[in-house]
Write a protein that binds this ligand. Structure first.
Ligand code: AMP
Ligand code: ZN
Length: 477
């Protein structure tokens, strides 16, 4: 039985979709005005694994992840993220979002993230958003002043049920200048009047402007998944105000509760203990990291932590992930090298394999516990290593069963456990390991010069050795 932690109730609940056998899931997509960073990758790989697991359990999944290409304003300064960047780069906003949307897909493809079933763009749904805003005005949940339309939070009972923040507290906590036309500080924009000369605008009953960020998700989720959806996800920062506002808009529009049955939120990826964010300037782009690490090293790094716990990004943690994944892949490689025949204790090993698959399933059914799932794979790889050290052959049937298991279960976590490494990759690794061993010998003999020469020669061809207490690690530069 699959259990998920629902941010709405704050509890782990049995997962029962609205329609038997089918799951509709909506995850807030990126605002495409810059490169994707590791924080984005953390969230989107987590949902990739969640969707893969739902499919593995036999659900027919409709996965929607939007592309925010208009309307995302900074909460602190109220600046339009896309407008600002396109003015800086002196390009049309549509050129900017087109570029970064394509780069985003390239990055996610490289990470082995399966593309969502639909990636609707906000700019492609302006008509639907205008219709929704009109309806909210008719129902008196929204009001227009001078070309801007705001949602009146006081009209929506239950505002704050997801983030557990009450409107009075919110109003008191409003740190930023409040728009003078708002009835209450906590009201939020559904439609914004365009500024003079702004090229990104659409005609509407309230004059030329553009939609607010929150309305896009309520409208696109409703359009593709219906008035009530099974799962809605995003990073923890989106709980308030974005998701709170989505609930208010959607439930005000349809009169149906709840808009979302299960809310899932990922914790942050941090750097030096702080959330990695574009606005804080402390980000490392995915492209930078993928130049130095294999995509599945990153996937392993993410999956080693539960999606609701923070992950701290350090070079050392990535190196650790690389080593651990390497040892798992090594077990698979040794398995592949076994000759066809009959090994001793094959029955026992097959039992262990089945147990690993069950443990993997139990962990994933427990709110997608990926570290538990990885532990199950490691447990089995230990048994497998014992087997391969004692035997030089195995029956073809068992070998293919084990490879299939590694392939399927590893694939759910984005790991390519059975794939041969890139041409030369494995050989290169072995050669560098040999050189590291040779250096150790040289240093034992006190021949520091020869040891340093090896290091600097390797450096010249882009291989960096790092001598640490625990031994020497290396990476491609
Ligand atoms: P944005 O492009 O800023 O709208 O963010 C897109 C998604 O990435 C949202 O779900 C965010 O919550 C998520 N996200 C952004 N930064 C991080 C981070 N440091 N850790 C985890 N998720 C993040
Ligand atoms: Zn959203």
């Amino acid at each position: 039985m699959l259990k998920v932690h629902n941010s709405l109730s704050g509890r782990r609940e049995e997962f029962v979709p609205i329609k038997k056998g089918r799951v509709g899931i909506y995850v807030c997509g990126p605002t495409v005005y810059d490169w994707a960073h590791l924080g984005h990758a953390r969230t989107y790989t987590a949902f990739d694994t969640i969707v893969s697991w739902l499919k593995h359990k036999g659900f027919s999944v409709m996965y929607i992840q939007n592309i925010t290409d208009v309307g995302h304003l900074r909460e602190d300064t109220g600046e339009d993220k896309i407008g600002k960047k396109s003015a800086e780069e002196k390009i049309h906003p549509m050129t900017l979002v087109e570029k970064y949307m394509r780069e985003y897909f390239r990055d996610m493809d490289a990470l082995g993230v399966e593309r969502p079933g639909i990636s609707p763009r906000a700019t492609g749904h302006i008509i639907e958003m205008i219709e929704a805003v009109k309806k909210l005005i008719e129902k008196e949940y929204a009001y227009e002043v001078g070309g801007n339309v705001f949602f009146d939070v006081s009209k929506f009972k239950g505002y704050g049920k997801l983030s557990k923040i009450n409107p009075e507290e919110m109003a008191a906590g409003t740190r930023f200048e409040v728009h003078p036309d708002k009835r209450h500080p906590e009201d939020f924009a559904l439609w914004k009047k365009a500024k003079e000369g702004d090229p990104f605008k659409w005609p509407s009953p309230w004059g030329e402007g553009f939609p607010g960020w929150h309305i896009e998700c309520s409208v696109m989720a409703g359009k593709y998944l219906g008035e009530q959806i099974d799962i809605h996800g995003g990073g923890r920062d989106l709980k308030f105000p974005h998701h709170e506002n989505e609930i208010a808009q959607a439930e005000a529009l349809t009169g149906k509760k709840p808009f979302v049955k299960y809310w899932l939120h990922t914790e942050f990826l941090t750097i030096n203990g702080e959330k990695m964010a574009k606005s804080l300037g402390n980000y490392v782009t995915l492209r930078q990291v993928l130049e130095r690490y294999e995509p599945d090293t990153l996937r392993f790094f993410f999956a080693s932590t539960h999606y609701r716990s923070p992950i701290d990004y350090t070079e050392k943690n990535l190196e650790q992930a690389k080593r651990s994944l390497g040892s798992l892949k090594n077990s698979v490689m040794l398995l592949k090298r076994l000759k066809t025949g009959k090994g001793s204790d094959e029955e026992e090993l097959e039992k262990e394999m089945k147990k690993a698959a069950e443990d993997f399933e139990k962990a994933m059914d427990d709110d997608f516990n990926t570290p538990g799932a990885i532990a199950a794979l490691f447990e089995f790889s230990g048994r497998l290593n014992t087997f391969t050290s004692k035997n030089d052959s195995m029956s073809e049937e068992l070998k293919s069963k084990i490879l299939k298991m590694f392939d399927e279960l590893g694939g759910i976590l984005g790991l390519k456990l059975t794939e041969e490494r890139k041409a030369g990759g494995e050989k290169l690794e072995r050669a560098v390991e040999l050189l590291i061993k040779a250096r150790e010998e040289l240093r034992k003999k006190g021949d520091w010069k020869a040891s340093d020469d090896i290091r600097s020669e390797l450096r010249k061809i882009g291989i960096a050795l790092n001598d640490e207490k625990e031994g020497t690690s290396w990476k491609l530069e």
